[in-house]
Design a protein around this ligand. Structure first.
Ligand SMILES: Cc1cc2nc3c(=O)[nH]c(=O)nc-3n(C[C@H](O)[C@H](O)[C@H](O)COP(=O)(O)OP(=O)(O)OC[C@H]3O[C@@H](n4cnc5c(N)ncnc54)[C@H](O)[C@@H]3O)c2cc1C
Ligand code: SF4
Length: 523
């Protein structure tokens, strides 16, 4: 691993080591670029530190620094200080994630043109197309070992999938399979295949599920061009008199503040911390925060329209056995306004252990009905509705007016209201999920509300015109050309699909662009 001086102003500093930051770091290092990644969380050993225990791993991996929430979304009431489920650890949320890896569809890059003017929605076309991204999607799928691509076989179906499949086929759904998963169905890339342990959300002890923790990061280190500093929480990005970013200030984990110089800064802290860092970096020159001449930093926060459907059956299902999310019904992902809403959604199996099942079934719920469901945990199947949500300018991350963190910086507030399109889509998903389980013979079905957001997007969105967004089609700030956004916060719209494959795809593409600009001395 390389070791850079604090005064080295030739390095590219990447903030965050998750899907976006970890991938970008490795891609740049492979191209000979000097990269320093600053990660707020600790570096864990997945073989030793990951344990098959829901709460313990939730505590160990999750970003617990205080956040507040507001708005009419149910999460603000049910989990007011946990609006989002995001990780603080080397590998970021790719330690917790389930691995579902679907490409966006063509129309999802052109929602303003395709869906038209939807009142209250701040829709915008992406400044790029599926055709432009396709070669990078290919590379991302290959890198991550996504099943059903590159000749990689699908994963076997567990009971949770078999129940979903039986009901979905009876209803006539056609796209029903065990998903496109960044989980090895056979040994690949020096990692073993899935052992069906069922703890994908807790961190895969086998290393079968792709995570930057044990793929991108060690590969980057092996190049000799890369240094990772863990427990390094970035507090501020600084700029020089010309307005270009020039350094970052971070806490080194012991309370000491250090200043690292930089040639380029790439922000990949996920969709709450990334805009917060830009806002907290306000200066005399950039009074509203960095990259924010449009006023769009923090706005258009998206989390996917979501909800869970539980079905209880006469015979045991044991949903927790086997992969957490390898099961998909894709037919509803189309844009078909005749259903009463724009955009589409996926239905995906989701398995919760008893602790999370108890927490998410009906937050705050109590009494005989809830106990009935909990008693039948082993007879329960579960699916997740996940669909496109509408960007809204008022759904946004702002700096809290009073509350400060331990560094004296304002904490973030996450404001979200469901758009009526989101509500109509969720209700459609609940209805179809209920029909699927009833067709498979469920004795009782329950629709449960969204849990804290695992998918976080928008807040530094891409736009063709500077006044509409924060970054251009390369993730480069419209205002400051050596400042990049490299995570899901650059999404213009959310699509229906789980976001990580697209985050990785954009990071690979950004690395191509950035390294060539650096070589030409254009940045
Ligand atoms: C339980 C769960 C299941 C999921 N399942 C799926 C799935 O099946 N498919 C899918 O596509 N997606 C899934 N996701 C979402 C997926 O994990 C995220 O989309 C993805 O990891 C986001 O990538 P990112 O680079 O934006 O941020 P992250 O991967 O979250 O990485 C951000 C990193 O930045 C660090 N950081 C933040 N601020 C600072 C700072 N100021 N200084 C230094 N470091 C900082 C954080 O500690 C973190 O490590 C899931 C998420 C969860 C929690
Ligand atoms: S089910 Fe497979 S991917 Fe999930 S934790 Fe177990 S081995 Fe890893």
């Amino acid at each position: 691993m390389a070791k850079f001086e604090l005064t080295d102003d030739t390095v590219v500093v990447v903030i965050g080591s998750g899907a976006g930051g970890g991938t970008l770091s490795n891609e740049l290092a492979q191209k000979g670029v000097k990269v320093l990644c600053l990660e707020a969380g600790p570096r864990l050993d997945y073989t030793e530190d990951f344990v098959n225990d829901e709460w313990e791993m939730f505590d160990r991996l999750t970003w617990h620094d205080e956040r507040t929430s507001s708005g009419s979304w149910k999460v603000a009431k049910d989990f007011p200080d946990l609006p989002a489920w995001i990780c603080k650890t080397v590998g970021g949320s790719t330690t917790h994630w389930a691995g579902a890896s679907l490409r966006f569809q063509e129309h999802e890059f052109r929602t303003r043109s395709e869906y038209g003017d939807i009142a209250g929605a701040n829709l915008l076309d992406w400044p790029l197309t599926l055709e432009e991204l396709a070669p990078y999607y290919d590379k991302a799928e290959d890198k991550m070992g996504v099943t059903r691509t590159h000749g990689i076989p699908g994963l076997p179906g567990n009971n949770n999938f078999k129940v979903l499949e039986a009901g979905a086929r009876k209803l006539g759904y056609k796209t029903v399979h065990t998903g496109r998963m960044a989980i090895n169905s056979e040994p690949r890339d020096g990692r073993t295949s899935c052992r069906q342990l069922g703890f994908c959300f807790q961190g895969c002890k086998m290393g079968a599920k792709w995570s930057t923790l044990y793929t991108e990061i060690p590969k980057a280190e092996a190049t000799g061009n890369f240094e990772l500093r863990s427990d390094a929480h970035v507090l501020k990005i600084e700029h020089n008199e010309a307005g270009k970013v020039s350094a970052v200030v971070y806490d080194d984990g012991s309370g000491k503040l250090l200043r690292q110089k930089a040639r380029v800064v790439c922000v990949a802290g996920n969709s709450i911390e990334s805009p917060r860092l830009l806002l907290n970096s306000a200066s005399n020159l950039y009074r509203d925060g960095l990259a924010n001449s449009s006023g769009q930093v923090g706005r258009n926060y998206m989390r996917h329209t979501s909800g869970t459907v539980f079905g209880v059956f006469e015979k045991p299902v044991n949903m927790y056995r086997g992969t957490t999310m390898a099961g998909l019904v894709g037919d509803e992902a189309r844009h078909d306004p005749s259903r009463g809403f724009s955009g589409g959604y996926e239905l995906e199996t989701v398995a919760l252990g008893l602790p999370l099942y108890g927490s998410f079934l009906e937050p705050g719920g109590w009494g005989k009905d809830i106990a009935w469901f909990i008693d039948r945990y082993d007879h329960t199947a579960a699916m997740w509705v996940v669909g496109e949500d509408m960007p809204q300018a008022s759904n946004r991350i702002t700096l809290h007016k009073k509350k400060k963190d331990r560094f004296g910086l304002p904490i973030p507030n996450v404001h979200y209201d469901d758009h009526e399109n989101d509500t109509a889509m969720r209700n459609h998903g609940y209805a179809q999920g209920t029909r699927i389980y009833e067709a498979a013979g469920a004795i009782k079905v329950k629709a449960a509300p969204p849990f804290p957001s695992t998918h976080n997007m928008g807040t530094n969105r891409m736009s063709a015109k500077a006044q509409d967004g924060v970054v251009n089609q390369w993730g480069q700030s419209h205002d400051i050309d050596n400042l990049f956004i490299s995570d899901g916060s650059q999404f213009t719209t959310s699509g229906a699909e789980n976001p990580t494959l697209t985050i990785v795809t954009l990071a690979i593409r950004q690395a191509d662009y950035l390294s060539s600009r650096l070589k030409m001395n254009e940045i």
